[in-house]
Design a protein around this ligand. Sequence first.
Ligand code: FES
Length: 98
Amino acid sequence: MFERISETRTLVTIYVDGRPVHARQGDTVAAALMSLKSPQVYRLSQVNGRPRAPYCMIGHCHECLVEIEGQANQQGCLVEVADGMRIRRQLGRAEVEI
Ligand code: FES
């Protein structure tokens, strides 16, 4: 759905689930992950296990939660990528007592 227009910013390398990928300096983590063709699933809902993806890109919806440098539940749309940054998608599902 989203495509970059002309791009001249410097490339940085980030690690997504341990895999090195390129991002553009100044991108947010959410934008960088959404620009990848794979993985398609950004995170899984802790409540029902359904796939989720960034929605608002301004810090309101919390659909962009990822682990950044070992810190879980970081809002990917509010954090700029940095060279060497390690990001993990949150694919675990919490056990919910009903
Ligand atoms: S995309 Fe909505 S809070 Fe990050």
